[in-house]
Ligand binder design. Structure first.
Ligand code: PNS
Length: 169
């Protein structure tokens, strides 16, 4: 296939906070795209109670990918398909860890294609060592004083430590 423009991939999510699992999927996305937009949703479909606000989540993603100019962190409101159209994204990339993820992801991918037929979703399988890592578990473990240093990058760990030290103090 001849490309007439740089391929833009959208990696959308809650990223509350970004984990090493997300990071791996985002870095691997660069094999399929010239630019990767990591898009932090203001309101996820499955709304969860947030720890960090959207600005903090975007800031952490920028810190984590400071070494990679092809990755950009942005925030978005509203429907993913509308945002994808606005930023000229060619595809959406999502990591799928479990069977439960798969059902949810398949439903979203089909719905997004039904809303915007040109928008395809590419699923990537995280490596086994990242298959059990999630933002939800990282938040819970960090809030209870557990060690999450294997599951998040140093800038994220620092913010988690600051957040929970402040809550304890
Ligand atoms: O990290 P998450 O919480 O699994 O990400 C879910 C996300 C943000 C990708 C999804 O909730 C989403 O796309 N939200 C934007 C609103 C939208 O388009 N909803 C319809 C999805 S079919």
């Amino acid at each position: 296939m001849t490309r007439t423009h740089p391929v833009v991939a959208l990696c959308p999510g809650s990223f509350d906070p970004i984990t090493v699992g997300h990071e791996q999927i985002i870095r691997r996305s660069l094999a399929f795209a010239d630019r990767v937009l990591v898009a932090v949703a203001h309101r996820a479909t499955h709304q969860k109670r947030g720890l960090f606000n959207v600005e903090e989540r975007v800031a952490m993603i920028r810190e984590v990918f400071a070494d990679e100019p092809r990755v950009e962190a942005v925030e978005f409101q509203g429907l993913l398909v509308d945002f994808a159209r606005q930023c000229g994204a060619d595809l959406v990339i999502r990591g799928v860890r479990t069977v439960a993820d798969f059902e949810y992801e398949m439903q979203m991918a089909r719905m997004n294609r039904s809303l915007s037929p040109a928008l395809d979703t590419l699923f990537l399988a995280p490596d086994a060592e990242h298959g059990f890592v999630s933002g939800t578990l990282v938040r819970e473990i960090a809030s209870l004083g557990g060690d999450v240093s294997r599951f998040v990058s140093p800038p994220v760990l620092r913010r988690l430590q600051e957040r929970f030290a402040r809550e304890e103090g």
